[in-house]
Design a protein around this ligand. Sequence first.
Ligand SMILES: Nc1ncnc2c1ncn2[C@@H]1O[C@H](COP(=O)(O)OP(=O)(O)O)[C@@H](O)[C@H]1O
Ligand SMILES: [Mg+2]
Length: 267
Amino acid sequence: MSTVIDVSDVTVRRGRSFLLDHVTWRVEETDRWVVIGPNGAGKTTLMQIVSAHMFPTLGEVRLLGERLGAVDVFELRPRIGVSSAGLAAHIPPEETVGDVVISAAYAVFGRWREAYGAIDETRAERLLSQMRIDHLKDRRFGTLSEGERQRTQVARALMTDPELLILDEPTAGLDLSGRELLLATLSELALDETSPTTVMVTHHVEEIPAGITHALFLKQGRIVAAGPLEQVMTDDVLSRTFDLPLKIRETDGRWYAQAFLAPRRAL
Ligand SMILES: Nc1ncnc2c1ncn2[C@@H]1O[C@H](COP(=O)(O)OP(=O)(O)O)[C@@H](O)[C@H]1O
Ligand SMILES: [Mg+2]
């Protein structure tokens, strides 16, 4: 088994604030991680580091066996599939779903004069079906629901057959059906052993797909806990991460969190 992400004592500093503060984290090839933490915890910053889009202020980062800083990031990036709100903002609204997905093969947005081979076309078709968006192939990206957009972005992230898949808050802003459809799709992906090593960010434990094996809890740029899901998903870890007394339970492979607060009477 090989190590896909090896982050060692990483600090990211902007002015006086520490976005990440001495973070050490390892992800192995067969792992499927969820990264959980409140807004501003540093989740997106950590995802930018492990997708080779940001360098740390201090510390060492190895991705897919290569050391960040010693490797050409333009060779590394195609091996890592990313879906994030930041990237989605660059997708032209008039682009069709089919083109958003297939153009990832050439690391461009906007299909323009590229000649795609039959292998690319077949792969794109398969991903559209896997993500339950095959019926939307000719629809313009700008006309999709948020859930359909998220599934299109995941399909695009998988198009280059990456060794590592990074999904930064794929479930943010989805309605109930959008969330459930995405979770079902992400569960299938996580449970499939041929899928790439996966890291998914969320701030809701209710949005952890089945098949996730590990969890990293982040708060104010620091790791609260990291390890196998059933070991770290505890009331104590969750309460410390969100600064609130929380109870967690698992039912049918899904996780639920609830606060228990002392009742207050109006004066
Ligand atoms: N360039 C920057 N300079 C200063 N602070 C920043 C910068 N970028 C992000 N931050 C702050 O760093 C913290 C972590 O951000 P981020 O990684 O996006 O958190 P998360 O994804 O967990 O919500 C936030 O408080 C954010 O406001
Ligand atoms: Mg974020």
